[in-house]
Design a protein around this ligand. Structure first.
Ligand code: FEO
Ligand code: CA
Ligand code: CA
Length: 674
């Protein structure tokens, strides 16, 4: 199915579901590079069909160390979990739930004022001006820059908007040809994108609240001026009629996950930027025709233009017929100084242009800065950035050269359980002018094409990637229903995977900047009681603990891994609302998972972020009440503003559901899960 058909197909309940479906269409034409032939050399088609591949192939290829430890007489039981809490019962309903003994309080909701001058939220009379001072829509990444214990700047991404539950009387607009959209509504959407930065503080009772009066509080929106650095800054391919120097761009969009640098600045990842671009040039089948665009082939590799929003009808820069270079100005990692509202955000082009899911940083054992970032598309790649210089006090500041001077690598997962990080460096290997890469700027702009040329491994939608202790990193591969049997490989071992998996990397020498390492599969997600699913969990995992579609992840102060999920409209396959899980990475309980928090129905869980020495956990509930609500027993229809599946978190008949950040603390204080 073409993306236009998907967006307009009533089978997809809302825009978020259509997004997921669109992600289902691979744009990578280089799928001959998979290593599925390795599997098939060693295993017959019959084994694969029997579903034995997940276990058999990975065991034989990587040894049992790649698998969860078998239960032995002395093996640990769930009661020995390092995560001290009683796991939550799985389920789905209109509200959120947290394990016993914890508070999960609403900290901030879509529309809440975050600056001193912001008006109170008036859902029936929204304006772009008000929205640009209020908390935006669809909170995703959450970071925290501490000022002093119990006080700091919360940094929250706003990924996208769902007009059918944001605006009264509108319904799904992409499905209706945007007939109800007006310039004013478009401008509200643009103001609801980007990010929010604002002070929060903890009172004597341990409750967190917003301090609206910090003058550093600000909204970043799709209109906020920002600059570029790195190899593509000022390049002719970044120049537009509004910006002939190619150095100033308005706004950031579809900010999914992100990261905090060691020096406390906030990194916003631009993910599905292609969806915001428009073209009026359609072919006879009504599909976008970029064949006459000078960069049409490159646009196609990125899915530009997606026509998911009507912005291009009111703002020429989002119409590629008028501004063909504008899409080259999105798809980057954006750095924001949360302490200085006058600091113009920077798009760091050296980190490459793709559908950046996140940007989680660490300092390698050799002192260099390393950032892991996945390209969230079916059959796209896992990347990491390594700075040229080590992190020092002198270069630990906003706009540091550590984010412009260094090397971007893309991952090749080899069949022997090793990983090679391939450098995306102009002049090396195929990355030369004769192959269309005239300089490092072309590699920064056309990162996907450069990675194609190097033979990187196409993955099952790389979402968040989190560096851990001792040179480890954990990759969330959320799902890929389009991978065919002859496309499976050792690192993506299941065809038509609806449930995803998690890969653990161990970098050589426990050094995150290494160009080689080993990898193994930590868990294959989904219901372990259904053989065809081919799931792989520690056998101590209960029916509450297994999950599907890992998306975001975080480590707490004790170095323990936590996973949040986004099943999209597919949650009906499991019956489980998305949630937060504690996933053991070590010892006999490796691969053991416990449910800690679950979302109201139709929402995905983002964040998570531990602060305050793990006494506080921030979670972001995105698009509550929207995804897959036809599968909600007793509701069985699509949500609208007037008729939503839940009115979480206010449960006020005059208010639609509102994406919100939840703050989790232990009752009577203390470190979470100890
Ligand atoms: Fe925005 Fe890849 O989730
Ligand atoms: Ca995500
Ligand atoms: Ca997601």
């Amino acid at each position: 199915m073409q993306k236009k058909d998907i967006i307009q197909d009533p089978a997809y309940g809302n825009k978020a579901e259509a997004f997921e479906a669109f992600d289902d269409i691979p744009t990578n034409p280089h799928l001959g590079n998979t290593i599925g032939d390795v599997i098939h050399r060693r295993y017959g088609r019959r084994d694969v069909l029997r579903g034995a591949l997940g276990v058999t192939a990975t065991t034989a290829l990587f040894g049992t160390s790649a698998l969860v430890a078998p239960k032995t007489a002395q093996a640990a039981t769930a009661a020995d979990s390092r995560y001290r809490f009683d796991e939550l019962q799985w389920g789905n309903d209109a509200s959120h739930h947290i394990a016993d003994g914890y508070n999960a309080d609403i900290l901030v909701r879509w529309g809440d004022p975050i600056t001193a001058d912001a008006p109170e939220f008036d859902v029936m009379n929204q304006t772009p001006e008000a929205q640009s001072q209020q908390f935006g829509y669809n909170n995703d990444y959450v970071g925290f820059a501490e000022i002093e214990p119990g006080r700091g700047m919360l940094c929250v991404n706003h990924e996208y908007t769902n007009e059918e539950v944001m605006f009264p009387g509108l319904g799904r607009q992409d499905r209706a040809g945007f007939e109800g959209m007006t310039e004013d509504l478009v401008n509200i959407e643009m103001a609801a994108h980007g990010g929010s930065v604002f002070e929060i503080q903890k009172d004597a009772t341990g409750k967190w609240s917003i301090n609206r009066n910090n003058p550093a509080n600000r909204r970043i929106t799709a209109n906020t001026p920002m600059t570029f650095d790195g190899p593509a800054a000022g390049h002719p391919r970044l120049r537009t009629s509004a910006d002939p120097a190619g150095m100033t761009v308005l706004g950031t969009i579809n900010n999914c996950a992100g990261g905090m640098t060691p020096w406390g600045t906030y990194l916003m990842a631009e993910e599905n930027f292609h969806g915001y671009f428009w073209s009026d040039k359609l072919d006879a089948d009504g599909k976008v025709d970029v064949s006459e665009q000078p960069e049409g082939e490159k646009m196609a590799r990125y899915g530009v233009p997606g026509r998911w929003y009507a912005w291009g009808q009111y703002h020429d820069r989002f119409n590629i017929d008028k501004e063909p270079n504008e899409p080259n100005r999105f798809g980057y990692i954006v750095e924001v100084d949360p302490m200085n509202p006058n600091a113009m955000p920077i798009k760091h082009t050296a980190l490459g242009r793709f559908r950046h899911e996140g940007a989680e940083t660490t300092v390698a054992s050799d002192g260099r800065l390393v950032i892991y970032s996945g390209d969230d598309n079916r059959f796209d790649y896992q990347y990491k950035w390594v700075s040229a210089e080590p992190v020092t006090e002198a270069n630990s500041h906003f706009g540091s050269s550590l984010l412009s001077e260094g090397t971007l690598f893309v991952a090749r997962f080899n069949d022997d359980g090793t990983i090679d990080w391939l450098p995306l460096v102009h002049g090396e290997g195929p990355l030369t002018a004769e192959n269309g890469f005239d300089s490092q700027a072309d590699i920064a702009i056309d990162t996907r094409l450069a990675a194609d040329a190097l033979g990187a491994t196409p993955m099952d939608r790389p979402e968040d990637a989190q560096p851990g202790p001792d040179g480890t990193a954990y990759l969330m591969l959320t799902n890929n229903s389009r991978r065919k049997l002859d496309q499976v490989d050792a690192a993506n071992p299941r065809p038509e995977s609806n449930f995803g998996h998690i890969i653990e990397i161990k970098e050589e020498g426990q050094n995150h900047s290494a160009t080689r390492g080993t990898w193994s599969i930590l868990v294959l997600c989904g219901d372990p009681t259904i053989e065809e699913v081919g799931a792989m969990w520690n056998p101590e995992t209960s029916e509450n603990g297994w999950f599907s579609s890992p998306d975001n992840c975080a480590f707490d102060a004790s170095g323990r891994l936590w996973i949040s999920t986004d099943q999209g409209s597919g949650w009906g396959r499991t019956g489980k609302s998305d949630g937060l899980y504690a996933l053991e990475t070590e010892g006999d309980l490796r691969g053991h998972s416990k449910l800690f928090f679950r979302c109201p129905v139709g929402g995905e869980l983002c964040g998570p972020y531990f602060a305050d020495e793990s006494r506080t956990l921030f979670l972001a509930v995105q698009h509550p009440g929207t995804d897959g609500t036809r599968d909600l027993k007793g509701f069985e229809r699509d949500s609208t503003f007037e008729d939503p599946a839940t009115r979480w978190p206010d449960f006020d008949d005059a208010m639609p559901p509102r994406p919100s950040v939840v703050v989790v603390t232990k009752q009577n204080g203390g470190v979470i899960a100890v």
